[in-house]
Write a new protein. Sequence first.
Length: 490
Amino acid sequence: MLIGIIILECLSAGVRIKLKSRKGPEMLLPITSTINQDGNISIGGCDCVRLKTSYQTPLYIVDITTVKKQCRDYLDCFVFPDFGSEIIYASKAFCTIPMCQLVRSEGLSIDVSTGGELYTVLKSGFEPEKIYFHGNNKSYEEIKFGLDYRVGTFIVDNFEELETIDEIAGQKGLKQNIMLRITPGIKAHTHKYIQTGAQESKFGFGFHSGIAMQAVKKALESDNVILTGLHAHIGSQIFNIEVYDRLIDAMTGFVGQVNANQGVMLKHLNIGGGLGIRYLPDDRPATIGEFAELVHDSLRKNTKKHKVDIEKIYIEPGRSIIGNAGATLYEAGTVKQIPGIKNYISVDGGMSDNIRPVLYQAKYNAYIAGRATNIDKIAGGDAEIGAPAENKYTIVGKHCESGDLIIEDIMLPGVKKGDLILVGATGAYCYSMSSNYNSQPRSAVVAVEDGKSWIWVERQSYEDLVAKDRRLYEGGSVESESLFSHHQYK
């Protein structure tokens, strides 16, 4: 638990000074959340009950103010006197046109992992040179798509991709900037499905058997790519940020080997993202300031140790930008009691709008949005609970799966049909991993700021669910239209 440690606070001028110790981040809900005079939870100055009336449920709510704060904290905290930096939003966390426009307006760059994410980002108006193209299995068409629109940097995952980029770039007369994704053999203490830096990971070129060095050699020998630096990403929802010191040590050590063995001077290092956020009251992730302090100290220490010159560090936050800025509003339906065993609250969504509890055993907190009787106050995104609730519930979805759980065993005041249940910290990897399971239409996304609300993503209709379907024998022999046949984004 990162409580009471000495931290470096962030000043936009780049001067970093020691301040008194303080606790970790308090945010569970968006920072604008309050309890209004009607006893309802309000986000961005918008009453959740009125949001339900206007937009129905399930409803993803995104607080603009919280997103802006997180972006600005990253930009301020990663100002170093001796290293340049670039903050790159990991769009896989939540990728929609308005979200891309928001992070662009805040001065961040952006990364993508598929042709679809690239299309969305381009459609949002993002400058191609500020786009970083990830992915462990980019197709020929996706690579060509990226090169057609002059994506700034490809993060190259494998030898076949490297050869394909070199081939297509040569055909187009381009010199394409790339970074090589390196697998450093470091396991972060997080769920195994979101560990990405271990030796056995499917991602990148590993140190094992000299594969990473072979990749560097091949990149340097290629005619149509420019190796600008190295990339590594060790996982997501990381609380023990000390693992980044090990990562920087390993990567700067490898940079030193590359410089010595290949006769080059690599000066750019991307250490990915992964900073954890607060989902539950007892969670204590590091602050952005604490993360920046550790990165800065580690860079200074390890560049000196390995005798390398790193000019610029790249960070790729996703969850820590959008996670706590989002919440999901549901309406309670059936409230079922199994005496002495379980009390269930069934809501009008479930695993189709939040797969994470099923996939990662992720934990969440929830509140009764239209009757916040057990909350004394909400300030800075933290809810101060008054009298303990006496009713234990399991909140489940409406899907045909016993595992369709949102929260198991949460204490709440007595819940009845029609109550609005607000689940916090759903901004990341909920909408982006949503599905149409059981032919459930995807939920709407609404943005809130300064007492105003507006649609970011429209709710799907039943007609949307079948809009691409054909009749039994209709069009059976028609060739499928290529995803890339109409990829003009303007």
